[in-house]
Design a protein around this ligand. Structure first.
Ligand code: NAP
Length: 273
C-alpha cells in the first residue's frame, strides 16, 4: 500500500538512513542528528539498530528503529508507513545499505549475484519508490545514494557490487530529472576506501594491504566515515539546493591515481624524487 502523505512542515525534519546502525550509515545519522534531524534507521539486524540507535539518541534525536530487509518491497512500504505514523513527515532518504563480498566474477554464484544486486540496486529503488509520497510532501525532499568509485572504474572482485552501484548511479540521474518537478533532489556520494570496523575486518586486514592502498591515494590516507557524512550533510542542505543528479566522489583522489605520466619524477603526493 502506498503511504498517504501527512501534512509537512511541522516539527523537526526527519531522515531515513538505510544501514544506519553501522559504519558510514551511522556516521551519516549522527551528522544529521547534529543538524537537528530526527532519524529512522532501517536494516535487518535489531542488534545493529539498537546499538546505532543509542549513539544517535545521545545526539538528542528521536530515533525510530525499523528492522527491514530492503530487498522486500512490501516490508519497505510498511516501514515507510511506520515513519509516516510516527513522524508525519520524511525530508531525507539516504540509501546506504549494501551487501558485498570480494570474489572473482567466475566464482560468483547466481545467488550471490542476486543477493548483492538485490540489496544495492533493488533496495535503493524500493526505498525511493516507497518514500516518494512523503518526500514529495516535504518542503524540499532529498535523496542521497551511497555508491562507490568502482561504479565507473574497474574493481576486480566486485563485479556484482560494481554493476549494482553503476545501476544506482543511473537511477540517481533518472530520478533527479523525473522528480525535480516535485522539488525532490537526488544525488549520490561515492566513497573510496573508508576505514570502518567492517572494512578493517574484511578488507584492510594487514599492514601491507593498508600500505598498498594508501600508496595509490594522492591525499595519502584512508577516508573516515565522517568524511562521507560531511558530504551527505551538505547535499541534503539548502546550501546544495541547486544540485541534483550529481555524484560527489570522496576518495582522496584515488580514482585519478597518481596520474598517467609522472613527468615531475615524483608521485602526485609530492614524494621526493
Ligand atoms: P557496513 O557497516 O557493512 O554497512 C552496510 C549496512 O547495510 C549495514 O548496516 C547492514 O545492516 C545494512 N544492510 C545489509 N544488507 C541489508 C538488507 N538486505 N536490508 C537492509 N539493510 C541491509 O559497511 P559500510 O562500509 O559502512 O558501507 C556503507 C555504504 O558505503 C555501502 O553502500 C557501501 O557500499 C558504501 N561504500 C563503503 C566503502 C568503504 O570503504 N567502507 C567504500 C565504498 C562504498 P544489517 O546487517 O543490520 O542489515
Amino acid at each position: 500500500m502506498t503511504p498517504t502523505p501527512a501534512p509537512s512542515g511541522a516539527g523537526r525534519p526527519v531522515a531515513l538512513v538505510t544501514g544506519g546502525g553501522t559504519g558510514l550509515g551511522l556516521a551519516v545519522a549522527v551528522a544529521l542528528a547534529r543538524d537537528g534531524y530526527d532519524l529512522a534507521l532501517a536494516s535487518r539486524s535489531p542488534e545493529h539498530l539498537a546499538a546505532g540507535g543509542r549513539v544517535v539518541r545521545a545526539e538528542g534525536a528521536t530515533v525510530l528503529e525499523l528492522p527491514v530487509d530492503v530487498r522486500q518491497y512490501d516490508r519497505v512500504a510498511a516501514a515507510l508507513e511506520t515513519v509516516r505514523d510516527r513522524f508525519g513527515r520524511l525530508d531525507v532518504l539516504v540509501n546506504n545499505a549494501a551487501g558485498n563480498f570480494v570474489q572473482p566474477a567466475e566464482e560468483i554464484t547466481p545467488n550471490g549475484w542476486r543477493a548483492v544486486v538485490g540489496i544495492v540496486l533493488d533496495g535503493t529503488f524500493h526505498c525511493s519508490r516507497a518514500a516518494f509520497p512523503l518526500l514529495r510532501a516535504a518542503p524540499g525532499g532529498s535523496i542521497v545514494n551511497v555508491v562507490a568509485s568502482y561504479a565507473w572504474m574497474a574493481g576486480p572482485g566486485t563485479a556484482h557490487s560494481a554493476a549494482a552501484k553503476a545501476g544506482v548511479l543511473s537511477l540517481t540521474r533518472t530520478l533527479a530529472v523525473e522528480w525535480a518537478r516535485h522539488r525532490i533532489r537526488v544525488n549520490a556520494v561515492a566513497p573510496g576506501p573508508i576505514r570502518t570496523d567492517g572494512t578493517d575486518r574484511q578488507l584492510w586486514t594487514s599492514a601491507e594491504r593498508v600500505r598498498a592502498v594508501t600508496d595509490g591515494i594522492p591525499l595519502g590516507r584512508f577516508g573516515a566515515p565522517e568524511d562521507v557524512a560531511e558530504v551527505v550533510r551538505f547535499l541534503v542542505s539548502p546550501r546544495a539546493g541547486y544540485i541534483t543528479g550529481e555524484v560527489v566522489t570522496v576518495d582522496g583522489g584515488q580514482w585519478l591515481g597518481n596520474g598517467v605520466m609522472d613527468l615531475l619524477g615524483r608521485t602526485a603526493r609530492g614524494d621526493p624524487p
